[in-house]
Design a protein around this ligand. Structure first.
Ligand SMILES: NC(=O)c1ccc[n+]([C@@H]2O[C@H](COP(=O)([O-])OP(=O)(O)OC[C@H]3O[C@@H](n4cnc5c(N)ncnc54)[C@H](OP(=O)(O)O)[C@@H]3O)[C@@H](O)[C@H]2O)c1
Length: 304
């Protein structure tokens, strides 16, 4: 596993991270299997893990906390979120400072930590990032509850505002082969000293037509998620199927090598529930795209 600096936080992270979200956190996915994946990841050099109290109907973060029991946490960089929480059957959003502090206190307890290595606001709106709010956020760091502050967003205006604020050390955005438009944002973030986390680095599997591979309940769940909110990605993904016909690397490895070919990215945070996928993703660390494949991706981005 190769490691990269997380911006100017002083933290080093594995370039392949593990996302404790989605199907991984669902009650319907066997707990033993979910924990085994995390343990395999730790044992094979993954040090960055991302979760949230809002993920997987509220089951992801407590499950991840159980996975961490008895493990040496000193080398792990654990990231969770604040501002959203799953309660009474739905995701509740409260981006007030008091709610964020409550979220932090609860997450510390759930994860068995004394300080959170990385806390990310979960989808703040640009106009919520007022000077008073940012000052309050900084206090969490001053009080030692949080080591690094970040935010996760898919909205470009908000992302630029996060990057412009010295309060944030880290930013998480959707960064994958279907999002060449994110390169400028990632470069701006790196220039501002931020650690950049690539969420959805496999474009949710759409380059490999994942929605057509219905092997069981989890795939139906993935397909339902895709048709609900990511139809454009399903269509765009068809133009990148050539990634899956390369010698010496799988399509997912090619997609991860594309993300990691950007020095701006500190970590590609992948979600998986299959052990052979996890092993494949971990071995993508250190893989490089050939000049031919790089050119082919550039042509696909240009619509040629
Ligand atoms: N999705 C979001 O809206 C979002 C938002 C903010 C942050 N994030 C963060 O980003 C992380 C990753 O996002 P994500 O899980 O939505 O998208 P992703 O990592 O781009 O893709 C996950 C999908 O790819 C499949 N997959 C994983 N490895 C594979 C392999 N080697 N070969 C073939 N298929 C493979 C997974 O299925 P299998 O289970 O079958 O492997 C899953 O369906 C999350 O866990 C979270 O921490 C996500």
């Amino acid at each position: 596993m190769h490691y990269r600096s997380l911006g100017t936080t002083g933290l080093q992270v594995s370039e392949i991270g593990f996302g404790c979200a989605s199907w991984w956190g669902q009650v319907a996915f066997a707990e033993a299997e979910a924990l085994h994946l995390v343990h395999y990841a730790i044992d094979h050099g993954v040090t960055f893990f991302d979760t949230s109290p809002a993920y997987s109907r509220g089951n992801a973060e407590p499950r991840f906390g159980r996975a961490l029991k008895g493990r040496d946490l000193s080398k792990l960089v654990i990231a969770t979120k604040a501002g959203t929480r799953h309660a009474q059957g739905r995701v509740r959003r409260d981006m007030s400072l008091s709610a964020i502090e409550q979220d932090v206190v609860q997450s510390l307890k759930t994860l068995g930590l004394e300080t959170l290595p990385v806390l990310q606001l979960h989808g703040p709106a640009a106009d919520e990032l007022t000077p008073e709010f940012l000052e309050g956020l900084l206090n969490l760091k001053k009080r030692g509850l949080v080591q690094a502050l970040g935010a996760n967003s898919f909205d470009s205006e908000t992302l630029y505002k996060i990057i412009a604020s010295p309060v944030f050390d880290v930013v998480m955005m959707d960064f994958n082969v279907l999002r060449p438009d994110r390169k400028a944002l990632a470069s701006a973030a790196q220039a501002a000293g931020k650690g950049v986390l690539a969420g959805m680095p496999l474009a949710m599997g759409h380059t490999g037509l994942q929605v057509l591979k219905l092997r069981g309940l989890r795939d139906l769940w993935y397909a339902a998620r895709a048709f609900k909110g990511h139809r454009r990605d399903i269509a765009q993904g068809t133009r990148f199927q050539f990634l899956h016909h390369q010698e010496g690397m799988s399509g997912s490895q090619a997609a991860l090598a594309y993300v990691l070919s950007h020095p701006e990215i500190s970590c590609a945070v992948v979600g998986t529930t299959r052990m052979h996928h996890l092993a494949e993703n971990i071995s993508a660390s250190g893989m490089c795209l050939s000049p031919d494949l790089t050119a082919k991706i550039a042509r696909a981005h240009a619509g040629k």
